[in-house]
Design a binder for this molecule. Sequence first.
Ligand code: RB5
Length: 143
Amino acid sequence: MIVIGSDHAAADLRKIVRDYLRDQEIPYIDCGTDESPSDYPDIAKEVCKRIQDGYADMGILLCGTGIGMCMAANKMKGIRAAVCTETYSAKFTRLHNDANVLCMGARVVGAGLAKEILDTFLFTEFEGGRHQRRVDMIMDLEK
Ligand code: RB5
């Protein structure tokens, strides 16, 4: 299960992401919002809570730059969020960091690139091995 959310700056991109997930038959829940203006930390919290609860495996957070969402998401326990503006980072943040939240900026990436980034993120598995220890070290910083 994927959980998605955006602020007003990325509401259109959220709809594109939603259509993409529907076409791929990937189950998702949409935490909104269609409110304008809206505050991205509220949406990040809603989305990340679903992951913390175990209801969703991964999240997609969209705002103007992706950065505010990423900052907010990474304050939540168990969340490893990454902003991606190209596919290389999307691939390696899955392979090496086991990222569980993808953040993108609607004012940064176009719809076509956003879908490629999303595709890479969703279909790349964590490599484990030596990277597991480093991910564990990141998670230890929460203590
Ligand atoms: C909203 O104007 C904008 O600040 C927000 O979408 C995001 O880019 C913050 O990081």
